[in-house]
Design a protein. Sequence first.
Length: 256
Amino acid sequence: MTDTTGTTAAEAARREAVSLTGTDLHLSFGKNHVLRGIDINVDAGTTTTVIGPSGSGKSTLLRVLNRLHEPDRGDILLDGRSVLRDNPDELRRRIGMVFQHFNLFPHMSVADNVALGPHKLRGLGKQEAHDRAIRELDVVGLAAKADVRPTNLSGGQQQRVAIARALAMDPQVMFFDEATSALDPELVKGILALMADLATQGMTMVVVTHEMAFARNVADNVMFMDHGEVVETGAPEQMFTDAKSDRLRSFLSQVI
Ligand code: ADP
Ligand code: MG
């Protein structure tokens, strides 16, 4: 899995993109039935955006799909094969995740933040992991900042580092959970462009977002969730111009 030939994760994904499927996923927190039978199918090399009101279960879905929460019911398949019997750590190595808050280690350089996973979890030697980090930082346009501390970077730059950190693990699938929500408005576009690049390169991606232009223009499929259910799913143009459900129409009228 580890590529030491100078290939970046995005290039590797294009070469070996995999599909991701969740079927009939349920999860309750106590009496709160948060996911109520979610079906999601992301074809290899495609991007699905997940939209929906706050509290509808979008973040929980991502956390179930990479087994940070175990589903009460349902199955998860990567590349057509159920992963529920595997070690969850293995699945998390295959799925890169980028959050709203970047969670970088403030006491480590940018390069060390990115190299940590490849070194500790992928078993690359220190120098190899460092080289890998520099290459991924180059992909996100930040190789020049390799030696600085994350706290000396803008929010947008920190999010680029977080993306590089995820890519350095050579993921087969990338999850983004409101990756631009904490950024100043002028920094949002750059991050969205970077995500769009990854999508174009053929990375399999699930993107939870409030950025409707991204959902519409970049995604292959859009999924609308409300109250723990998939209310509607389809191609972006159809979803945005010809919504079938009142709930999606009402949601779109509030956010666009
Ligand atoms: P969204 O991302 O769409 O805003 P979430 O997935 O964060 O929604 O939350 C969906 C529901 O699950 C909410 O009612 C929330 O309070 C609940 N929830 C999420 N995470 C937890 C948790 N770790 N423990 C208990 N309840 C949770
Ligand atoms: Mg959320």
